[in-house]
Design a protein around this ligand. Structure first.
Ligand SMILES: [Zn+2]
Ligand SMILES: [Zn+2]
Length: 451
C-alpha cells in the first residue's frame, strides 16, 4: 500500500496518516499518539449495530499526561475530526488520565455565544471505582480534599516505620490495607446507585470547579510544607501528592463530561474480580475484559474512602475490540497485569481467540514489572500475528518480556535508543478490508530499536 506523505520523523508539522480519519474511509486504523504516556486513537469502520445498521466509530483510549499535548496530537493526526464517539480512561495514573481532564475545552469546537455547549465527546467510559469520589467531588470538593488529608495524616501517624520507604512501597502497603478493610466491611453500604446529573447549572459548576482548584492547591501546599519541615519522608510525600493529583484529574474529567453534556458509563473492576465474568460495553465494537459495566454504588466503606483510588496497575481496565468479518481485533491493555490472584498468575478469561492479526497495546508501556501480562498474551497467541504497540514516556520502560516480540511484531512511539530529547513520535496502523484483515504499519521506517 502506497501513501505519498508518509514520513518517519516526529518533528515535522505534517501528519504521517493523511487519510486515516477522513470521513468515508473504509478501513480501520489505530494511531498510538506521540504523547508522554498512553493515548490511542482508534477508528473502527463499518460496525454492525444491534439494529442491523452500520456505523463508523472513533474512540480515544487514554489521553497521556498533558491536555495540551493531546490537543496538538489530535490536531496533527486527526485534522478535521471534531467528534469522538467514546473516550476511555483505563485508570487514574497521570500518564493515562492527565491529558483527559482538560483536552475537550481546548480541542472541542467552541459553542456559539449563548448556546449550550455541545459535546465533542459522546461518551466517557470511566473506572467504576471513581463513582464515590465523583459524587463527593461534585457535591463538595473541599470536603474530599480535606478528607484525603485526614486519612493520610492518620496513616503516617500510625505507621512511623514507613518514614524511609519509597512511594511505590507505600502504595503497595496501603492497597493491602484497603483490601483488608474492604473484605471486612463487604455489603455494609446500603445506599442508592449514583447517576451523573443530566441537567447542570453551568454557573454553579464553574464555581464548584474553582473551589476544587483552590482546595487541591491548598492540599499540595500542606504536603510540601510537611515534607520541608521533615514531618514526613520523601516517599510518603511523593505518594501523597500523587493521590491528590489523581483526585484532581478525576474531578476535571467529571466536570468536563458535565460541561460538554457527554454521557458517562462506569466499568467496575471490583465486581469483575468477584464474579470473574466481564459484562457490558458495545457488541461488535468494544467490550470490557476485566470489568462489569454498571451504575455502581458509591463506595461501601467509609474507611479509606479516598485511598481506594490507589493507582495500582491491577485495577487498570482492559478493553477488547473483537474480530468480525469486517474488522480485525485490537486489545487495549492499559497497565493491567492481565490476570488475577496471587502474582496475577490466573489470566483473565478472553472473550475469544482471534483468527487473524491482532493489535495489542503493550501492557504497562513494555515494563518488565508487568512481565506476567506478556506471558498471558503469549498463552493466548496462536498462529496469527500479535503486533505489540508500545507507547509511553519512560525510555527505561521497554524491557523484559516485551523484547521477545521482535519487529515487525512490535512498534513503539518512544524507543529506548532514540536520540536524546527526541519527543515521542506517533505510530499508525491501518487494516485494509482488501487484505484479509492484516494490520500494516503506516510509517514502517520507524522500527522499534528497544533492546
Ligand atoms: Zn501507565
Ligand atoms: Zn522501541
Amino acid at each position: 500500500m502506497q501513501l505519498k506523505s508518509i514520513n518517519s520523523g516526529g518533528r515535522g508539522k505534517s501528519s504521517c496518516f493523511p487519510a486515516l480519519f477522513r470521513k468515508n474511509m473504509i478501513c480501520d486504523g489505530l494511531v498510538a499518539l506521540g504523547v508522554y504516556g498512553d493515548a490511542f486513537l482508534y477508528r473502527r469502520a463499518d460496525v454492525q449495530s444491534d439494529d442491523g445498521t452500520y456505523k463508523d466509530w472513533l474512540i480515544l483510549v487514554d489521553g497521556g499526561g498533558s491536555g495540551e499535548r493531546l490537543r496538538k496530537q489530535l490536531n496533527l493526526h486527526a485534522a478535521g475530526v471534531q467528534y469522538l464517539d467514546i473516550v476511555v480512561c483505563t485508570h487514574g495514573d497521570s500518564d493515562h488520565s492527565g491529558g483527559l481532564g482538560t483536552f475537550l475545552d481546548r480541542w472541542g469546537h467552541r459553542p456559539r455565544k449563548g448556546a449550550n455547549p455541545r459535546g465533542a465527546v459522546g461518551e466517557f467510559w470511566l473506572p467504576g471505582r471513581w463513582v464515590g469520589v465523583v459524587k463527593a467531588l461534585l457535591e463538595d470538593p473541599r470536603s474530599v480534599f480535606e478528607g484525603l488529608m485526614v486519612e493520610m495524616d492518620d496513616l503516617r501517624q500510625r505507621n512511623p516505620d514507613w518514614r524511609n520507604l519509597d512511594a511505590t512501597k507505600i502504595e503497595e502497603l496501603i492497597s493491602e490495607q484497603v483490601k483488608k478493610a474492604e473484605i471486612g466491611d463487604k455489603n455494609v453500604y446500603d445506599g442508592d446507585e449514583f447517576v451523573m446529573p443530566e441537567e447542570v447549572d453551568l454557573r454553579k459548576l464553574a464555581a464548584d470547579r474553582r473551589k476544587g482548584t483552590i482546595s487541591s492547591k491548598n492540599s499540595r501546599e500542606k504536603v510540601f510544607s510537611l515534607k520541608e519541615s521533615g514531618s514526613i519522608g520523601e516517599g510518603f510525600g511523593e505518594y501523597w501528592i500523587s493521590l491528590i493529583d489523581t483526585v484532581d484529574e478525576i474531578r476535571l474529567i467529571a466536570h468536563q463530561a458535565l460541561r460538554h453534556g457527554s454521557r458517562v458509563r462506569w466499568f467496575d473492576f471490583e465486581e469483575f474480580s468477584i464474579r470473574r465474568v466481564a459484562v457490558g460495553g458495545i457488541n461488535r465494537l468494544l467490550k470490557p475484559i476485566n470489568a462489569v459495566e454498571s451504575a455502581p454504588m458509591p463506595p461501601r466503606i467509609a474507611l479509606y474512602a479516598m485511598l481506594q483510588l490507589t493507582r495500582i496497575n491491577e485495577q487498570s481496565l482492559v478493553f477488547y475490540a473483537p474480530e468480525t468479518d469486517r474488522n480485525s481485533a485490537v486489545l487495549f491493555c492499559g497497565d493491567s497485569p492481565l490476570g488475577l490472584d496471587v502474582n496475577y498468575s490466573v489470566p483473565f478469561p478472553m472473550i475469544e481467540v482471534p483468527h487473524r492479526d491482532i493489535l495489542v497495546t503493550a501492557p504497562h508501556h513494555g515494563s518488565s514489572s508487568n512481565d506476567i501480562a506478556y506471558r498471558h498474551l503469549l498463552s493466548w497467541k496462536r498462529d496469527e500475528r500479535m503486533i505489540l504497540v508500545r507507547s509511553g514516556g519512560e525510555r527505561l520502560h521497554p524491557d523484559g518480556e516485551f523484547q521477545f516480540f521482535l519487529p515487525p511484531e512490535r512498534a513503539c512511539t518512544n524507543c529506548r535508543r532514540a536520540p536524546n530529547n527526541f519527543p515521542p513520535t506517533a505510530i499508525g496502523f491501518i487494516q485494509l478490508k482488501s487484505s484479509c484483515g492484516s494490520w500494516c504499519q503506516l510509517n514502517p521506517k520507524r522500527v522499534c530499536n528497544c533492546v
